[in-house]
Design a protein. Structure first.
Length: 381
């Protein structure tokens, strides 16, 4: 029997939640700052985030390096702090998983053993593998932990993953969500169409990681024509979704093609100003569910969020300063003591500080400084 998260966690994912990609708190000596690491998790949960993702890019992949030995300790701190939050609401605990199949399965076993609900599966280590090998890799990890798929843009270590891959990936029974982050409209649609035509609408929760299009992703409803496969398409005996073949694809009734949305975000951008991110997602849900026109002010804010992200994530320099950019905001708020990364050479790019200053002045309504100031001491206890 394939592993699945608790029903409340699955429901939370489907509803759409803010899931920050969790940073790594370090001391000036580049050692784990456990007090501030816990404080960050408390901040996200107090801000209303529906989950956290730990051991992902924002947490720094170098935690896996035996020199640092931080992979298990960081995952343990995260799950302990989530449990400290109690059962006030379902909190989705996501662990980053990477590497070849042997490493990925071992990381999945660690995460599942600690109590994480899903594994955000990066395929960056298999950039030249054919699709059959990728699917076998995904199935091996899915045998240990439910999958949160991940389409990472090639410019930062990912690879192009076409429609055929995502169509087959969506057939894996315990895929519970997919983070779509290719920073490309065509490739984003590939994932959405694949999920729709696999009959998994309403079963696989779709999350944006497209930092250049966060709000627009969340506002858009997609529909891929009257010939889309109905979400009522039954499962095959082996538990996988049957693959459609040319000429024998079940047809939906006219007008019955499933409508599909990206319902939440798993984002490094939402590791800062998280309270405002939660409010923004709630507002978007209200607008979409009302069926009314999108307010022009919300489209303006979409551009503001993208502009702010460009500064924090250092888009001008190929995202080289994205982690220090996140750290800088958290440092200014007093949640981190500094911008330090495990790599002493990883810091803000030339000109990035001025850009961060600019967007902080331009968009004060995107910041949650007052919320943080009111609760920071309690989180740092």
């Amino acid at each position: 029997m394939v592993p699945m998260p608790p029903a409340a966690v699955v429901d939370a994912l489907k509803r759409g939640r803010v899931i920050p990609a969790h940073p790594l708190a370090l001391t000036a000596g580049r050692k784990l700052d456990e007090r501030r690491q816990r404080a960050l998790t408390r901040y996200y949960l107090a801000a209303g985030a529906g989950g956290v993702a730990i051991g992902v890019h924002t947490t720094q992949f170098a935690i896996r390096n035996p020199t640092f030995g931080l992979h298990r300790p960081v995952l343990e701190l995260g799950i302990e702090t989530i449990r400290e939050h109690g059962t006030r609401s379902a909190v989705v605990a996501v662990a980053g998983i990477c590497g070849d199949t042997k490493q990925a399965v071992a990381e999945a076993e660690l995460a599942a053993g600690l109590g994480y609900h899903a594994g955000l599966l990066s395929l960056g280590a298999m950039r030249s593998a054919p699709v059959d090998e990728l699917i076998a890799h995904c199935r091996a990890v899915a045998g240990v932990i439910p999958l949160f798929g991940f389409y990472l843009q090639p410019s930062v270590g990912g690879r192009v993953l076409g429609y055929d891959f995502w169509r087959r990936f969506a057939e894996i029974e315990n895929v519970v969500a997919i983070k779509i982050a290719p920073f490309n409209r065509y490739q984003t649609i590939d994932v959405l169409r694949a999920v729709a035509e696999a009959g998994r609408v309403g079963e696989i929760a779709l999350y944006t990681g497209n930092d250049d299009s966060i709000v627009n992703d969340l506002l858009t409803t997609y529909q891929f024509g009257a010939e889309g496969v109905s979400p009522r398409f039954s499962r095959a005996k082996n538990g996988d979704r049957p693959r459609a073949k040319n000429g024998d694809r079940p047809q939906a009734k006219n007008g019955d093609s499933p409508r599909i949305r990206i319902v939440g975000g798993l984002l490094g951008q939402w590791a800062v100003w998280t309270r405002r991110a939660v409010e923004l997602l709630e507002e978007i849900h209200r607008v979409v569910e009302s069926g009314g026109a999108v307010p022009p002010e919300l489209l303006t804010r979409a551009a503001e969020v993208t502009d702010a992200n460009a500064a924090l994530f250092d888009a001008a320099n190929g995202f080289a300063g994205c982690i220090p950019g996140i750290h800088e905001i958290l440092r200014r708020q007093g949640l981190l003591a500094g911008r330090w990364c495990l790599d002493p050479n990883e810091d803000l790019s030339p000109g990035q500080m001025a850009e961060i200053d600019r967007v902080c002045r331009a968009y004060p309504h995107l910041k949650d400084d007052e919320f943080v100031a009111a609760h920071r001491d309690d989180w740092l206890r």
